[in-house]
Design a protein around this ligand. Structure first.
Ligand code: HMG
Length: 391
């Protein structure tokens, strides 16, 4: 079922960090067989932030090209989804609002539910645009994922931000109704306020994710969603890229289809290109999968794409996007590939040193070294306040 008039993603841009740690380098440090990383979990590298990069600098860098192309006049809401917030009270989006020169007549809010948050933001945005088709909503997802050093999760770390401009008559993807929803209280992955790294029950988290695929799809079907055969491809949340293949096998099983390798490959392979080199970017991950798919070789005009968003803890949503005619003219593939390619490789000792550096908490003035090659930076901490600037 389609909306009365099209509402969806008008522009999609992403950014990542200045540094990259390869899995080849990680495996040299910990002795893990590289095939486990490249084949077993499907990861080749992870984005690593410099000390002056965080969710705000990545968010502003992702959104800046969108603002440059479309201006800010029609944007009346800015939603920033993250699970690696920099403040317990202030919304990180307010820094982005300031860095990008938004007018004051905007509501800015932060949304959290693990990796699912950006999809909640997208759905809220479509409702706002439905109420007033003249307005646009900027939905940003930005996260830095961190696990304990030398833990199994370490190989799935990453960092990125995506910016989605949501509007009526979108240039890229119409967001269709209905959605399939699935929520239940599980402790598969969480991060208490006193920790900077996530805690995870690894194997349980995979089972929890797969149950959510089953549950969200069943609800989607019960709400009158499209049949499986109508979808050309599926963008799954990718904590590591092999998870998308597991997820699609689960979906085929739920639908009573044989989990044939070629069918799984056809549905998912074109969505993993960015995530395999960026790592888990939590809220941004599924939208990096969408960017990879749209920027790929196949012409998807008029096709339906399945989107499965998962946030540990857990909330999941399955919904469909309908690819708009002419979408290819509005993509940002060159800029995205350049952002990934220009990251500077770090060796394991340099990565470890960065992990050990923490921001000062003593309330005195501290200027930070200029390390980022991105357009915005965290310049310092002064009187417990984060100070951002154009780099
Ligand atoms: P692990 O114990 O390091 O790995 O944990 P493993 O031994 O299970 O191996 C992983 C795969 O590599 C297996 O394949 C092995 O067979 C294979 P599978 O059985 O899964 O098909 N393998 C090899 N393949 C080729 N050559 C080899 C080789 N050796 C092994 N030599 C785990 C892996 C994912 C659990 C760990 O990395 C972890 O804890 N990650 C973090 C949690 C996570 O990503 N969970 C995913 C679902 S939860 C989610 O998506 C939400 C999340 O994004 C957070 C949020 O919502 O906010 C995490």
């Amino acid at each position: 079922m389609r909306t009365d008039y099209a509402i969806g993603i008008h522009d999609l841009s992403f950014s990542t960090t200045s540094l990259v740690l390869s899995h080849a380098e990680l495996s040299r440090h910990n002795g893990t067989d590289l095939a486990k990383y490249h084949v077993g979990i499907g990861q080749r590298a992870m984005s690593v932030p410099t000390l002056d990069e965080d969710i705000v600098t990545m968010a502003a860098a992702a959104a800046a090209p969108v603002v440059e192309r479309h201006g800010t006049d029609r944007v009346r809401t800015l939603v920033l989804a993250t699970e690696t917030a920099v403040d317990q009270s202030k919304a990180a989006g307010i820094y982005v609002h300031s860095l990008l020169g938004f007018h004051p007549n905007v509501r800015v809010v932060e949304v959290k539910q693990a990796c699912y948050g950006a999809t909640a933001g997208l759905q809220f945005a479509t409702a706002l645009v439905h109420r007033d088709p003249g307005q646009q909503v900027l939905v940003i997802a930005s996260d830095v994922s961190r696990y304990d050093l030398d833990s199994p999760g370490e190989a799935t770390q990453g960092a990125a931000a995506t910016a989605l401009l949501v509007s009526a008559n979108p240039a890229l993807v119409e967001i269709d109704r209905p959605s399939g929803l699935f929520t239940s209280d599980v402790m598969d992955f969480w991060r208490p306020n006193y920790r900077s790294t996530a805690l995870v029950n690894g194997k349980e988290s995979i089972a929890a994710y797969l149950e959510a695929v089953d549950g969200a799809w069943r609800d989607y079907s019960a709400q009158g969603g499209l049949p499986l055969k109508d979808f050309r491809a599926f963008c799954y949340h990718q904590p590591y890229t092999r998870m998308a293949f597991k997820a699609h096998r689960q979906l085929l099983e739920t639908c009573g289809e044989a989990p044939d390798d070629a069918a799984v490959e056809h549905a998912v392979a074109a969505t993993t290109g960015y995530n395999e080199t960026v790592g888990n970017s939590y809220t941004a991950s599924m939208y990096l999968a969408l960017a990879a798919l749209l920027e790929g070789e196949d012409d998807l005009t008029g096709e339906s794409v399945g989107l499965f968003s998962y946030g540990s803890g857990r909330v999941a949503e399955f919904f469909a996007g309908h690819v708009r005619p002419g979408y290819r003219e509005h993509l940002r593939g060159d800029a995205h590939r350049a952002a990934v390619d220009r990251r500077r490789p770090v060796d394991y000792p340099a990565y470890r040193e960065l992990r050990e550096q923490t921001l000062p908490t003593d309330g005195r003035w501290h200027d930070l070294p200029h390390q980022t090659q991105g357009p915005f930076r965290l310049a310092g901490i002064r009187d417990h306040q984060r100070v951002y600037e154009a780099a």
